[in-house]
Write a protein that binds this ligand. Structure first.
Ligand SMILES: Nc1nc2c(ncn2[C@@H]2O[C@H](COP(=O)(O)OP(=O)(O)OP(=O)(O)O)[C@@H](O)[C@H]2O)c(=O)[nH]1
Ligand SMILES: [Mg+2]
Length: 324
């Protein structure tokens, strides 16, 4: 915490508190990565090719993926060469700074503002993903976030498949104090969505948050069900769904990439929510996914409480991951 001249602690700003939370969540990734990077380069007068090969393996073990790791190492190599041309010795800190610059560049390439044109109707956010990824929890957290920001939202209980899903999302809705539209178990999710959008339009609600049942990306009929929900939204509200976010569990590592590809094909994803970054040493997956899919990460999940879904900010995330 920052101290003033007279020794009174200054309250950390919202940004600082957020940064602390993110740093706490990616601690394992950071400890692994930083220790290994320092180990590779510490006390080495010359950065020889085998050191860069070791760096590449380290990045791959943090789940950045082979292609992303190779790209980052390429960027680092170029920076080292530039320094050598200027007769500057390369320190482990400089290598870390070079890695950071590469990571931020990768995220910047995927940056894309959320669609805003709404024609006065609600902003519709659809969450999709495999079973247990964190969709329902993220819906609840988003409802709470929008509420805190002074927006109204309505939850569409679009998971009519899993028996307890409706109750689970209702608990979140109640906690956040937002409305929920649901039907009986087994109902057509598109029908629930139709009701939810009609209600939201009539009541001039700002956000409709649509929960969906978890599904394997390989199940064609279930992917078609999602496509139908998408068409329902399109028909009722111009420009909807404004966001189709794939919810990915960070702990599934590279497997998440394959899921993401299939969901992208079926659903025209606009972005990602990466959950369960707390307690995994595989935080690098966020970079790999953004890089491979060219999709922006909108939010990251760093715990199970309502406030544990935070907007993704590349610079802050990379700082937290590399401990700079
Ligand atoms: N630690 C941690 N747990 C999370 C996070 N997000 C979700 N969870 C937990 O993951 C579990 C599954 O979350 P759900 O939100 O039910 O997942 P879902 O995608 O809706 O699952 P299905 O509806 O079965 O497909 C719950 O126990 C959540 O509390 C996170 O960011 N961190
Ligand atoms: Mg769910």
């Amino acid at each position: 915490m920052i101290q003033t001249l007279f020794g009174e602690p200054v309250k950390p700003s919202l940004f600082e508190r957020l940064q602390e939370k993110i740093a706490g969540a990616v601690e394992k990734t950071r400890d692994n990565l930083v220790a290994q990077v320092d180990d590779i380069f510490q006390g080495k007068a010359e950065i020889r090719p085998e050191l860069l090969r070791q760096l590449e393996s380290t990045l791959i073990s943090a789940d950045l993926g082979a292609r992303t790791a190779a790209e980052i190492v390429g960027g680092v190599r170029a920076q080292i060469e530039q320094q050598r041309a200027r007769d500057v010795a390369t320190t482990p800190e400089a290598v870390r700074a070079a890695i950071k610059a590469e990571l931020v560049r990768i995220f910047d390439q995927t940056a894309r503002p959320a669609r805003q044109e709404q024609d006065g109707g609600p902003f519709v956010v659809l969450l999709v993903g495999v079973n247990g990824a964190g969709k329902t929890t993220s819906i609840g957290k988003l409802a709470q976030r929008y509420k805190n920001e002074g927006f109204s939202s309505l939850i569409c209980a679009g998971d009519t498949f899993r028996a307890a899903a409706g109750e689970q999302v209702a608990v979140w809705a109640q906690r956040a104090g937002v409305e929920i539209v649901s039907q009986k178990p087994g109902a057509d999710p598109s029908a629930v969505l139709f009701d939810a959008l009609t209600a939201a339009k009539a009541r001039a609600i700002n956000y409709v948050l649509v929960d969906t049942a978890g599904r394997l990306h390989t199940k064609t009929n279930l992917m078609q069900e999602l496509a139908k929900m998408r068409r329902t939204a399109e028909r009722l509200i111009p420009g909807a769904p404004h966001e189709v976010l794939l919810v990915l569990d960070a702990t599934t590592g590279q497997n998440g990439l394959q899921q993401a590809r299939q969901f992208t094909q079926a659903m025209g994803l606009t972005g990602l929510i990466v959950t369960k970054l707390d307690g995994t040493a595989r935080g690098g997956i966020v970079v790999a996914i953004a890089r491979e899919l060219g999709l922006p990460v909108r939010y990251i999940g760093i715990g199970e409480r309502a406030e544990d879904l935070v907007p993704f900010e590349p610079g802050g995330f990379v700082d937290a991951m590399l401990g700079v």
